[in-house]
Design a binder for this molecule. Structure first.
Ligand code: ZN
Length: 319
C-alpha cells in the first residue's frame, strides 16, 4: 500500500507524504517548513493551503477539508484534525480494505487555535514521535498556561516588557490567543502578524493583537520569533524579559536551546504519554515511527504492538 523512497509514498497513486523535495503529487499535513515542498500538485486542508502559499507563493492545490473523503483511482483519502497547529491534518488512506493512518505532527490535548485531534482507527499507523522519550512528559496544560500568564503579569507589574519567543507559525498564534483571552493584548513581530491575518481570514479569531509599533506599550506583551530565526530582532524594547515557549522546555538539557530568561513547556506536539495513547486509540497491526528517538519503538512494542522505524533500509520495498 505504501513504500519508502526518500519519504513516505502511497504506492497506487504515487502520492508523496510531507516530502520537502518537489514531487508530482504531495500531501502536506501542515505548513511548517520541514513538511512543505514546491510540488506540481499539493493536497492539504484549506487553511494549510493558504499558509503554504503564504510561504512559497501561488501553487496548484487540491483542498481537502476535514472528514470529506476524496476518491482517486480506487483509493480513498480523508483528512482528520491533528491538533498540532491550525489546519494541521492526519491522512487516512484506504486501499482495498486496508487502512493506513499518517499522523503528521499532532497533539491530542486541548489547543486554543487548532481543532482537537480526532484520530480514526487503522491497520497501519505511521506516526511522528518527536517527544518519544519518557523525559518529555508535560505538565497539565492548565498549569502551563497559568505559568505563562503569571510570568507575563509579573513582568508587566515590574514595568518591564514580556517578550514571548515562539515559532512564527502556530505557537505564536496559540500564545496570542491565550494572552488575549486573559485580557492581555499582544504586539506581534511583522512575520507573526502576517500569519495571524491568515488565521483570521480562515475563521480563527485571535482577539486583541496588533503589529509591534516599534516600541513597547504599557500592559501589552510582545510576541517574537525564536532568537535564532533570521530577522527575529525586535527593536526599541525597554527592559525585555524573554520567555521561550516550547515542549523542549520539559527537559533540562533541551531547555537551554531556547536561550531565554524563562522557559515554559507549552507544546504543540504530543508528549510521551500522548504518543502511546495515540497508538492505543488507533489500535493498528503495525506502527512505523518517524521524527523521533529510534528507541521509541521499544516503548510501542512494550504495549504489545509491532513497531519499526520508518525509513530504515529494510523498508525500501513495498508494504
Ligand atoms: Zn509541525
Amino acid at each position: 500500500m505504501f513504500h519508502y523512497d526518500g519519504g513516505l509514498k502511497i504506492t497506487r497513486i504515487d502520492l508523496a507524504i510531507d516530502v520537502c523535495r518537489r514531487q508530482p503529487r504531495g500531501f502536506i499535513s501542515h505548513a511548517h517548513s520541514d513538511h512543505i515542498g514546491r510540488h506540481e500538485l499539493a493536497f492539504c486542508t484549506p487553511a494549510t493551503s493558504k499558509l503554504y502559499q503564504h510561504r512559497l507563493g501561488p501553487r496548484q492545490v487540491k483542498e481537502m477539508p476535514y472528514r470529506r473523503t476524496l476518491e482517486w483511482d480506487g483509493l480513498k483519502l480523508t483528512t482528520f484534525p491533528a491538533g498540532h497547529i491550525f489546519g494541521s491534518a492526519m491522512l487516512l488512506a484506504e486501499d482495498d480494505g486496508q487502512r493506513l493512518l499518517y499522523t503528521g505532527d499532532f497533539k491530542l490535548g486541548e489547543s486554543a487555535t487548532a481543532e482537537r485531534a480526532d484520530p480514526p482507527q487503522a491497520d497501519v499507523l505511521v506516526m511522528e514521535s518527536t517527544f518519544g522519550h519518557p523525559q518529555y512528559r508535560l505538565p497539565p496544560r492548565s498549569q502551563t498556561v497559568d505559568q505563562l500568564l503569571d510570568l507575563v503579569r509579573t513582568t508587566l507589574r515590574q514595568g518591564a516588557t514580556p517578550v514571548i519567543q515562539a515559532y512564527t507559525l502556530g505557537k505564536a498564534q496559540e500564545v496570542t490567543k491565550i494572552l488575549t483571552l486573559a485580557g492581555i493584548p499582544a504586539l506581534q513581530h511583522r512575520s507573526i502578524y502576517a500569519i495571524s491575518r491568515i488565521y483570521e481570514q480562515c475563521g480563527c479569531d485571535l482577539g486583541d493583537y496588533r503589529p509591534y509599533p516599534g516600541r513597547a506599550i504599557e500592559g501589552c506583551a510582545v510576541i517574537a520569533p525564536p532568537p535564532r530565526q533570521r530577522g527575529a530582532l525586535i527593536e526599541g524594547l525597554r527592559r525585555p524579559v524573554t520567555i521561550g515557549v516550547s515542549g523542549w522546555a520539559a527537559a533540562p538539557h533541551t531547555r537551554r536551546w531556547l536561550r531565554s530568561d524563562h522557559a515554559v513547556p507549552l507544546s504543540d506536539h504530543a508528549d510521551f504519554d500522548e504518543l502511546l495513547e495515540l497508538v492505543q486509540r488507533v489500535n493498528p497491526q503495525i506502527v512505523y515511527c518517524t521524527h523521533g528517538p529510534e528507541n521509541f519503538v521499544d516503548h510501542v512494542r512494550n504495549l504489545g504492538y509491532e513497531a519499526r522505524v520508518l525509513g530504515k533500509p529494510h523498508q525500501k520495498q513495498l508494504f
